[in-house]
Design a protein around this ligand. Structure first.
Ligand SMILES: C[S@@+](CC[C@H](N)C(=O)[O-])C[C@H]1O[C@@H](n2cnc3c(N)ncnc32)[C@H](O)[C@@H]1O
Length: 340
């Protein structure tokens, strides 16, 4: 087999492997504590979860009254083993509808495999208000597209790289999605199936014997409001006097800022910042202009070299202040003219 094809197979295997990362209850609790007010009287749908084992199910079932939920729907996909020698009948996906705490779990079968894109699962999606889960990483774009299509509120786990997908960045740019509270090391790790090899320095076996892998490269993506997007980033640096630390781009009228904490407080123009800026982004403080590309639609470059992906932003507060100052001067000029 050609090397490219082998690489592709390996990449796909790696991708679908991370589809079997199961979320831990501690990580769900740590994020969900910030959104309690959104759940009152709502129907929650976990559409990539086995109600018998998912920590998302455990979280919502055990906090059902506390959150004031109306209903919890949990649906599980059954992957079909397709092979010449497999004569087994197609496996059916299944789901549960839970609206009465402390009652036994009732499992109902789908006619099909329970794929989140199937008409049966979409019918459940239509009935729900908020979707909360960790969907298959390899189908992330499609997954988010479906939630947007059906105009659903969501709080989901994805890979940090997802920010760089143009479909996901578009949502962030349009203020239709933003990052949750926890990111990277803030998500402690995922339970993987028994047969997985443990890799990475932080891989471990927990007290219950679960294999845990900490990829430290995940985030929560949501369109539920949270406190963080109303907090200003504290700016301590200045551009004027330190111009050499902020080189300008070859192909865009803006300066490069290497770390979010180095964003200067006194720069009115465009600034390119790392994608981790989004974790601290307050739309009242900054405006997102563009992602990654300069005026020539090539990657932003400085003296011919491209730094990592950058997001172009503008400080709204300086612009507002500049406008106000201009208005004030105009008013003063007018009064002086009249008096004179
Ligand atoms: C990253 S795992 C997370 C599982 C669970 N949501 C959790 O957080 O513990 C993604 C899950 O999606 C399931 N899955 C894969 N493809 C799917 C599809 N097309 N529709 C629904 N679920 C799917 C996988 O079987 C896997 O259980």
């Amino acid at each position: 087999m050609a090397r490219n094809a082998t690489n592709k197979l390996l990449q796909n295997a790696k991708k679908s492997k991370s589809d079997e990362f199961y979320t831990q209850l501690c990580d769900i609790e740590s994020e969900l504590q910030h959104y309690k007010k959104h759940f009152k009287n709502k129907v929650v749908f976990c559409n990539c979860d086995d109600p018998r084992s998912s920590s998302f199910f455990t979280y919502f079932a055990s906090n059902f009254n506390d959150l004031g939920l109306k209903k919890l729907i949990t649906a599980c996909y059954q992957k079909q083993e397709v092979s010449l020698f497999n004569t087994n009948k197609a496996k059916k996906g299944f789901f549960s509808e839970y609206s009465e705490p402390n009652t036994p779990l009732e499992i109902k079968e789908f006619n099909g495999d329970g794929d989140f894109r199937s008409s049966e699962s979409i019918e459940l999606l239509r009935q729900s208000d908020i979707v909360v889960t960790n969907p298959p990483f390899s189908l992330f774009r499609e997954y988010v597209e479906l939630l947007v299509k059906y105009d659903k509120k969501f709080l989901i786990i994805g890979n940090i790289n997802a920010i760089t997908y143009k479909e996901i960045f578009k949502l962030i740019n349009e203020n239709k999605a933003w990052l949750g509270i926890n990111l990277g090391r803030g998500i402690s790790g995922f339970i993987v199936p028994e047969h997985y090899e443990l890799y990475g320095t932080e891989a471990r076996i927990d007290s219950l014997g679960n294999k845990i892998i900490s990829p430290n490269n995940c985030l929560w993506l949501t369109n539920l409001d949270n406190f963080k997007r109303h907090e200003d980033i504290e700016l301590t640096k200045t551009y004027f006097g330190n111009e050499a630390e902020y080189p300008t781009y070859d192909n865009y009228d803006g300066i490069n800022v290497d770390k979010t904490e180095n964003i200067p407080m006194d720069y009115e123009g465009y600034m390119g910042v790392p994608i981790t800026f989004l974790h601290k982004f307050n739309p009242e403080q900054f405006e997102i202009i563009k992602f990654r590309k300069g005026n020539d639609e090539k990657d932003l470059s400085i003296d011919g070299k491209c730094p990592y992906f950058r997001i172009l932003i503008k400080n709204k507060r300086i612009q507002n202040k500049a406008q106000e100052d201009r208005k004030k001067t105009d008013r003063q000029d007018y009064v002086c003219e009249k008096a004179g």
